[in-house]
Design a protein around this ligand. Structure first.
Ligand code: NAD
Length: 502
């Protein structure tokens, strides 16, 4: 595939401009290692310009009626739909996903834009009776100001939409600092938002590195909200950097998600769910199933079927329609994933299949790793505790449902979990007892829809949720409004003595 050289820019105040320092970085095609495009390595000064543009635009955008703000998102959704094939193909190159998954990523952004466009006619607050006569009261959602959005590379169109659509419909303006591995997709995303009719400055894009542009955005005094998706370690750094400014910090962090397979499960279905969740997006989803907790009665049979399926997977570039498993994002990721194969072997886990880079032919130029399955994994081993973020999964045998719940919960993260069982009682107990933000019954650990809250417990975040109505809590402040039409001073808690509570 021919890869065009392309030099890209920041988007500030409605204009595409170069970075001030002249320094650049490159985005690469993970399937071939080739350079795709060159981007400005932005400095604090570039971030400051973008924030100033967003701050100025806020004064006008917050006053645009919310249904009109929603209309911009509807137009954006239509443009994404028109460009879906082109964006899907580009994603298979810049990020590496297979076509079906890349199309799903774009579709998620379309769905989110439509859902949040509709919020333009809702953004519900509450009215409630007063304890005093001739007094009216309500609570309304208020926009907050400039939102700093920092995103990872694994859902390069969907995650910016998850953040920007609710932020904008609520009346905020945005500066986006996308991941350094997928800047071209971020650029296409912002271009389309501009085309949809957002006023200049309402959305701004600053390319660059996390410790430079990202950190400046987090520390900027005119950015009251930081919405961040990425690793736990960076989430901690972001929280500390934002602390002095007492900012709203919204974190969506890592996962170490487990699928429980009980002795009464439909094994064919379980195998489908595990393969999709463990190896889809080459295991680079926050909801990837990197642990499978298996009842001992079916442990041998499940191993056999899973290994057979993993070894049938066709490895190749994401844009080839025959490909089941694309590359991982970059050389560093490949090395990290491979280091965990060594760690698992040293810890005494049994490598059933995979465990190596693919080096045949052209694939050797890219960052491909074989689907990897470890058996006989102890729940405390590092491969069962740490996020690997690659096509590696660990089979952990257990003797009972209760033990399976304990093991599934026995990690620092709390994003997603699942159980395969035909026993309705076990399914309901799992729904109650699994300590995750998302639980699936008879499905893998991945497959969220945009109108339910998305996020996790424990170290996966800090209590906020993305998507659905819950997302609006990140991007708005509540204001309570009291209107007294009695013409006299009425004092709450003092003058309401006509019919006191018993
Ligand atoms: P990462 O933490 O390395 O980077 C994420 C973003 O943060 C990038 O844009 C990066 O430039 C920026 N960044 C890095 N250091 C920074 C700093 N000091 N200050 C400000 N910004 C900084 O994560 P990644 O490798 O891009 O993504 C993978 C991680 O994201 C995994 O842990 C995965 O589980 C997680 N993730 C979570 C969710 C979720 O919704 N819970 C979704 C997708 C990915």
């Amino acid at each position: 595939m021919a890869v065009a050289e392309h030099r890209s820019k920041n988007y500030v105040g409605g204009e595409w401009i170069d970075g001030t320092s002249g320094a650049t970085f490159e985005s690469r095609v993970p399937a071939t290692g080739e350079t795709l495009a060159t981007f400005p390595r932005s400095t604090a000064e570039d971030v400051d310009r973008a924030v100033a543009a967003a701050k100025e635009a806020f004064e006008e955008w917050r006053l645009v009626p919310a249904p009109e703000r929603g209309n911009v998102l509807f137009r954006f959704a239509r443009l994404l739909e028109e460009q879906k094939d082109e964006l899907t193909e580009l994603m298979s190159r810049e990020m590496g996903k297979v076509l079906a998954e890349a199309g799903g990523d774009v579709q998620e952004a379309i769905d989110m834009s439509i859902y949040m466009g509709g919020e333009g006619r809702r953004l519900f607050g509450h009215t409630t009776p007063s304890e005093l006569r001739e007094k009216f009261q309500m609570s309304v959602r208020m926009p907050v100001g400039v939102v700093g959005a920092i995103t990872p590379w694994n859902f390069p169109i969907a995650i910016p939409a998850w953040k920007l659509a609710p932020a904008l419909v609520a009346g905020n303006t945005v500066v986006l600092k996308p991941a350094e591995d997928t800047p071209l997709l971020a650029e296409r995303f912002i271009e389309l938002l501009g085309e949809a009719g957002l006023p200049d400055g309402a959305v701004n894009l600053v390319h660059g590195f996390g410790e430079e542009a990202g950190e400046r955005l987090v520390r900027h005094p005119d950015v009251p909200i930081i919405t961040f998706t990425g690793s736990r370690e960076t989430g901690v750094a972001v929280t500390k950097a934002a602390a002095d400014g007492l900012k709203h910090v919204h974190l969506e962090l890592g996962g170490k998600n487990g699928i429980m397979v009980m002795d009464d499960a439909d094994l064919d279905l379980a195998v489908e769910g595990i393969v999709w969740s463990a190896f889809g997006t080459s295991g680079q989803r926050c909801t990837a199933a990197s642990r499978v907790i298996v009842h001992e009665a079916i442990y041998g049979e499940l191993q056999k079927r899973l290994v057979a399926r993993a070894e049938q997977m066709k490895i190749g570039p994401g844009w080839d329609p025959e490909t089941d498993l694309g590359p991982v994002i970059n050389r560093e990721a490949l090395d990290k994933i491979h280091s965990y194969t060594g760690i698992g072997a040293d810890e005494g886990a049994k490598l059933l299949t995979g465990g190596e880079q693919v080096s045949e032919g052209d694939l050797g130029k890219g960052f491909f790793y074989r689907p990897t399955i470890f058996a006989d994994v102890d729940p405390q081993m590092r491969i069962a505790q740490e996020e690997i973020f690659g096509p590696t999964t660990a089979l952990i045998p257990v003797k009972s449902f209760d033990e399976a719940i304990r093991v599934t919960n026995g990690i620092r993260y709390g994003l997603s979990s699942s159980i395969f069982t035909r026993d309705v009682n076990k399914a309901f107990r799992a729904m109650r007892d699994l300590q995750t933000g998302i639980t699936y019954i008879n499905a893998g650990t991945t497959g969220a829809e945009v109108h339910l809250p998305f996020g996790g417990t424990k170290d996966t975040g800090n209590g906020h949720r993305e998507a659905g109505q819950a997302a609006l809590d990140v991007f708005t402040e509540w204001k309570s409004v009291y209107v007294d039409y009695s013409g006299k001073l009425q004092r709450a808690q003092i003058d309401n003595v006509e019919h006191p509570a018993p």
